[in-house]
Ligand binder design. Structure first.
Ligand SMILES: [Zn+2]
Length: 393
């Protein structure tokens, strides 16, 4: 147990009971094993396609028949379908079977499969646009392709960020503006403080799919809004809903969406830059002078493997930034509501009912935690309460 740096009050510590924490660790570990197996299988497939010359043969066959559009689209489509089919059994295990086993999923197998297909279509469109743009840049701007693709990424993320709550999320969940809620007036005061429109709060019918409770700040500019799971509204006390809303408004107040877009874009640019350096070293056909659409498609599986490895290595930086934002939002929630007890109650219950591992191994935190572990969040709220001279039990 890695508790050395975190001191919780006896009450909070006692409430995070060791048995459920053991179950939480097991739940999280099983999900990680499934996702790792699926990723490794995909990487092995990509390496095999590259080393056996399959990707070269395919690239040559396609480009000798068709031009840029025909070859690029058919190559991408084939790779996409193979990747999704390889992943599907693991997704089923991770998103459906394990979630059912631990009592979270409320979906039927058919409902789950429908969501999977919707996800495939959506990803096919988004990744397809990104792939075609990258193929074009690799060929048209052979030395600075990474810079152009990096900038293209920012445009895509901003557009998707705007569309997410109004076009993408409604494909999966029913959403409606929160109306006549007992906390309406209070919530609207918060929203104004965080630079959100008074009507910027929505209820999402999450209970059709899960028993988990959550909230998020979604969208950019005109589409920015706080979205609350109906499970949260149903099961939480008004005080707890209030602090959760205040946390989300804190993200808006501190402009975290832009902070994260900007920092991730920089990191993505760095990843592409290093990818370019490595590829030029290890694959002669990637040299700017040699590059044609045929060589790009031939070496693409290798590019994807190197890209995945680099993304994994850089992931802790993104997560570190995200955890920093989460701490700021937690502090904002404490300052605006003055209700540390409600936050602590909510988090203790998250550890218990949603099987969140409150004391993860430092390496797990480094590579997986976009939010500080609950033990640290509780400790933050307790320190805040102590600094105000309050009682935290
Ligand atoms: Zn947050």
């Amino acid at each position: 147990m890695f508790r050395a740096r975190v001191f919780l009050s006896l009450t909070a510590e006692a409430s995070i009971d060791p048995d459920t924490q053991q179950r939480a660790k097991e739940y999280q570990r099983r999900k990680r094993v499934v996702s790792w197996t699926s990723s490794i299988l995909l990487l092995v497939f990509l390496l095999a396609a590259y080393t056996t010359g399959l990707s070269t043969a395919l690239a040559e066959a396609l480009t000798s028949r068709w031009g840029f559009w025909g070859s690029s689209i058919s190559y991408f489509a084939l790779l996409f379908v193979i990747a999704m089919v390889l992943r599907a059994p693991f997704d089923y295990k991770d998103d459906f079977l394990i979630e059912k086993e631990y009592g979270f999923s409320t979906q039927t197998p058919a409902g789950w499969a429908k969501d999977l297909l919707k996800g495939w279509v959506l990803n096919f469109i988004i990744l397809g646009i990104a792939a075609l743009f990258t193929f074009w840049a690799l060929q048209a701007i052979p030395k600075l392709w990474w810079l152009v693709v990096g900038l293209g990424y920012v445009v895509l993320v901003v557009v998707l960020g705007q569309l997410f709550p109004v076009l993408i999320l409604p494909i999966f969940y029913k959403l409606r503006p929160l109306e006549n809620h007992p906390l309406q007036e209070k919530i609207e005061q918060f929203l104004q403080k965080g630079g959100l429109r008074a009507q910027g709060i929505y209820e999402m019918a999450a209970s059709e799919k899960t028993t988990k409770e959550n909230a998020m700040l979604a969208g950019l500019g005109q589409t920015k809004r706080v979205i609350l799971f109906d499970t949260l509204l149903r099961n939480r006390t008004p005080d707890e809903v209030e602090v959760v809303v205040a946390h989300e408004v804190g993200h808006s107040y501190h402009r975290h969406t832009w902070t994260l877009i900007f920092s991730q874009a920089l990191l993505f640019l760095l990843t592409l830059f290093v990818l370019d350096l490595i590829m030029v070293q290890i694959e002669p056909r990637f040299a700017p002078e040699q590059r044609t659409l045929s060589t790009i498609l031939a070496v693409l599986p290798l590019m994807l493997v190197v890209f995945s490895a680099l993304s994994f290595l850089f992931k802790p930086l993104t997560l570190f930034m995200s955890r920093h934002c989460e701490r700021q939002a937690d502090t904002f929630a404490l300052e605006t509501t003055g209700k540390p007890q409600a936050l602590i109650r909510f988090w203790v219950d998250m550890a218990r009912r949603q099987l969140s591992d409150a004391y993860p191994h430092p390496l797990i935190k480094l590579f997986y935690y976009s939010h500080p572990p609950l033990s640290e969040r509780i400790a933050l709220a307790e320190r805040w309460a102590h600094s105000k001279g309050g009682v935290t039990s």
